[in-house]
Design a protein around this ligand. Sequence first.
Ligand code: HEC
Ligand code: HEC
Length: 234
Amino acid sequence: MRLRAMVAAGAMALALAGCGRMPGAPRTEYVPPDKVTDFATLYNTNCRACHGPNGQNGPAMDLGNPEYQALVDDATLRNIIANGMPGTQMPAWAQSAGGMLTDAQVDALVTGMRKEWAKPNAFQGATPPPFAPAADEKGNVQSGKQLYQAQCASCHQGQSRQQVTSPVYLALMSDQALRSIIVAGRPDIGQPDWRHDSGQALTPQNVTDIVAYLGSLRNPDAVSAAPQQNPSRR
Ligand code: HEC
Ligand code: HEC
């Protein structure tokens, strides 16, 4: 359902963007698309359909969340925008990766987001689990399942809520996308950050375990669906 909503929202926003200048609107000097470096123009043209006006209330991650902006460093942000986010619907934007934006435009998006959406002391002195797990940190599926039941299920079992354990939902959410949302929250739609309401903040290992558990539900058939050594066995 959410996938459909995302596609519909995207199509609508693209259609609106395509309408161009309203009659009577002031004429501005023509800037070739690859020379545009104004943040609002770049964001509204390329990102807003999925990430929402001002980085909020879109079908995808709220980039306008100051906690997200504080969690992700410049190099990572630039890399995600340039190369996309495999395992999700986030496309690659850099020309070097087959997208439409120049390196200067990717930089302008990073700088613009920081200027518009980052806030000093976004975590009020608290230290969140890092953007990505430590290289040697392994997730424990069993522990993740227990944590999910204790910390997430109460809010997510109702029909009206996103079924985050559904393989259909998880098929379009990479581990990193889940992690970013669990740590930074989505204040625009009511998802708490890692500190949660229960007063029991998630540790870095807790987050890695929950993501491992959700990852294990993503595609239970992954093993049997993997390319076979011997095609005749199919
Ligand atoms: C077709 C929809 C779509 C468009 C257009 C799009 N994104 Fe995304 N983006 C996604 C999805 C889906 C994710 C994965 C996370 C999610 O679903 O919340 C994502 C993730 C991201 C992330 C990483 C969030 C994280 O989890 O750490 C960044 C940063 C980002 N997008 C920036 C941009 C920027 C900047 C643009 C415009 C140049 C853009 N996106 C355009 C769909 C889109
Ligand atoms: C206090 C209630 C509450 C708790 C606790 C909670 N969530 Fe959520 N979560 C929400 C709400 C509200 C949304 C917005 C979408 C919806 O209504 O389902 C949401 C959205 C999400 C999303 C994004 C869905 C999307 O739009 O793509 C993910 C992923 C998610 N939650 C995972 C979790 C995980 C994992 C936990 C446990 C660590 C958790 N949530 C705990 C209320 C909660």
